[in-house]
Design a binder for this molecule. Structure first.
Ligand code: KIV
Ligand code: ZN
Length: 503
């Protein structure tokens, strides 16, 4: 039978300990609701004794969030355990998580205590916590660097005192997978009463091995994993929830375990945690990064477009993305390019696709990503024949330092002449407003650029603009030795594209 792994989420406790991350009580509650939607089995909501704010966060989560176990952290100290117990009082399924370091390094330098004192404190901590809740978890902090024989003794004693879960932390992310898996196996083999408790693991990511260590532990008998959304946590963070869950799901052939996670909620949860903690997700982060399902190289794009599984091991929709992303850039190929044009509604013959593709490659060399708006301009410039519905016949501008810029523009359309006058912020603006009056559209300039195409005093100036007309953004170009005339021609070029479409 496929064994179910308990997902213990500590985003709101260890995750919030990430340097730079801080959450309000309201933000924590919002995340806790979403963690419940995600289907985690336990939420470690905070460290109640650490601050009144943390106490209150744990309390409101315990009161409002139904479904998962709600857990609060405590050192093996009465005041910590009391704070945890009080804050968890409204919870339907409270758990107190007590911890005490067991490695020589921590005992000698941090706690200044001997082995027997540690065992006594651990047992007293668990016993005292049981006054407040039935469900007690105990963590021998820095377990992966603890002396094995001592660790077995501690684990045995806390189970005897009533701990139902023993969590084995790789506190400083020092372990490597084989070693950590072996540690879990040896705890199972050397602690006589281990069958009375669930073995949990809590792996930090200092060597980037948090997820690998957690999976090795699961393979060796761990029944619970502690993890965080987006892998946030102390220093380099904790094992990431989404990576563990998806590894178990995608590699069922190698890892015959399941979780109760609603995988379609993963991306939404990741976004919420990122937004509320202010911790950005790196683009190449597995499962939830913006590039996790994005393809840039022509070979990959061609493969994915032919058959998704060539380059994707899971469906983006299964973790809540809307789909794969084909990024058009300098490595992209003709297949992806022409598919995108089709999706944008352009029906081009092969010759035109080739023409547009050649220009696309030039643009892509200069830009990181070529967006749909850029493609529209490429197609308009290279392929579409713009009918000259409105033609410039004449214009006159008056402008100066102390007069309001005014323009009169004469256009012809189907052999009829139309004339309008307008003032504006400058001579070009006045011309554009006069044109708007004639054509009955209102354009607003989104971008304006000018460059000289030839050299010398009579250099030809080329004006390139982008105009917003209704919901469309259209490009226009015009050239002349007179920059106002070039500007008018660029505007008319854009207007004619719209007028052509209207016609
Ligand atoms: O990393 C750690 O050891 C911890 C414990 C409190 C479980 O966060
Ligand atoms: Zn930790």
């Amino acid at each position: 039978m496929t064994k179910k792994i308990t997902i213990f989420d500590t985003t709101l406790r260890d995750g919030e300990q990430s340097p730079g991350a801080s959450l309000t009580s309201q933000g924590k509650l919002e995340i806790a609701y979403q963690l419940a939607n995600l289907g985690v089995d336990a939420i470690e909501a905070g460290f109640p004794v650490s601050s009144p704010g943390d106490f209150e966060s744990v309390r409101i989560i315990a009161k409002n969030v139904k479904g998962p176990i709600i857990c609060g952290l405590a050192r093996c100290m009465k005041k910590d355990i009391e704070a945890a117990g009080k804050s968890l009082k409204p919870a339907k399924r409270p758990r107190i998580h007590v911890f005490l370091a067991t490695s020589k390094i921590h005992m000698k330098y941090k706690l200044r205590k001997l082995e027997n004192e540690i065992i006594k404190l651990a047992v007293e901590g668990v016993t005292y916590a049981r006054r407040f809740a039935d469900d007690i978890e105990f963590s021998p902090e820095d377990a992966s660097r603890s002396e094995r024989e001592f660790l077995y003794r501690v684990v045995e004693e806390v189970i005897r005192a009533g701990a139902k879960t023993v969590n084995i932390p790789d506190t400083v992310g020092y372990a490597v997978p084989d070693e950590f898996g072996h540690l879990i196996g040896s705890i199972r083999g050397n602690v006589p009463n281990i069958d009375k408790a669930v073995i949990s693991v809590h792996c930090h990511n200092d060597l980037g091995l948090g997820v690998a260590n957690s999976l090795a532990a699961i393979k060796n008998g761990a029944g619970q994993v502690e993890c965080t959304i987006n892998g946030i946590g102390e220093r380099a963070g904790n094992a990431s929830l989404e990576e563990i869950v998806m590894a178990l799901c995608v590699r069922q052939d190698m890892l015959n375990f399941k979780t109760g996670i609603a995988r379609k909620e993963i991306y939404k949860t990741s976004r919420l945690v990122s937004k509320l903690t202010g911790m950005l997700v790196q683009p190449n982060k597995a499962i939830v990064g913006q590039n996790a399902f994005a393809h840039e190289s022509g070979i990959h794009q061609d493969g994915v477009l032919k058959k998704r599984i060539t380059y994707e091991i899971m469906k983006p929709q299964d973790v809540g993305f809307s789909g794969s992303k084909i990024v058009l850039g300098k490595h992209s190929g003709r297949h992806a390019f022409s598919e995108r044009l089709k999706a944008l509604g352009y029906k081009l013959n092969e010759k035109d696709v080739n023409k547009a593709f050649a220009r696309f490659k030039i643009v892509a060399d200069k830009k990181k990503e070529v967006f749909n708006e850029d493609l529209a301009t490429i197609v308009e410039d290279e392929v579409m024949v713009i009918p000259e519905i409105y033609h410039l016949e004449n214009f006159k501008v008056t402008s100066g330092t102390k007069i309001l810029p005014t323009a009169t523009v004469e256009l012809s359309k189907s052999k009829k002449i139309f004339k309008a006058t307008s003032s504006g912020d400058g001579p070009i603006d006045a011309c554009y407003k006069a044109i708007d009056k004639i054509v009955g559209l209102r354009g607003s300039l989104a971008d304006y650029g000018i460059r000289s195409v030839t050299s010398g005093k009579d250099a030809l100036g080329e004006v390139s603009i982008r105009v917003k007309i209704k919901k469309n953004e259209i490009s226009g170009r015009g050239a002349s030795t007179d920059i106002i005339e070039a500007s008018i021609k660029a505007y008319l070029n854009a207007i004619n594209k719209i007028a052509g479409k209207r016609k």
